[in-house]
Design a protein around this ligand. Structure first.
Ligand SMILES: [Zn+2]
Length: 110
């Protein structure tokens, strides 16, 4: 009998885009296109290209090159735990500001 642990893990694997909903909930931003870099091998790519495992408690995102764990996210009823020690950085692009009306009644204590 062959030991096919890796194939087993691959079966549990989802594309990180499957986690886009939760990431959006946490960051309030569209995260799948956010660039990140693996702290282990230096591979750079978008979060949407990472290997996502969602069968554990929470979500694990692994590097698509070396499969090192880059980001862990666990959501409890009280809080969200984010462990990103496997990533050199996460770049969160701010949404482009919409043209908002200028506040004219801004006379505090006047
Ligand atoms: Zn890597």
């Amino acid at each position: 009998m062959e030991n096919t642990t890796q194939d087993f893990n691959r079966e549990l694997m989802l594309d990180a885009n499957a986690t886009a909903g939760l990431l959006y909930e946490i960051f309030g931003l569209e995260m799948t296109a956010a660039p990140t870099e693996c702290a282990n091998c230096g591979n750079e790519g978008e979060i949407g290209t990472l290997l996502a495992f969602t069968h554990g408690p929470g979500i694990v995102l692994r590097c698509s090159a070396c499969e090192q764990v880059m980001i862990r996210i666990v959501q409890t009823p009280e809080a969200i735990y984010l462990d990103a020690r496997g990533a050199v950085y996460l770049r969160l692009a701010l949404p482009k500001p919409k043209s908002q009306p200028v506040m004219e009644n801004d006379s505090l204590g006047g």
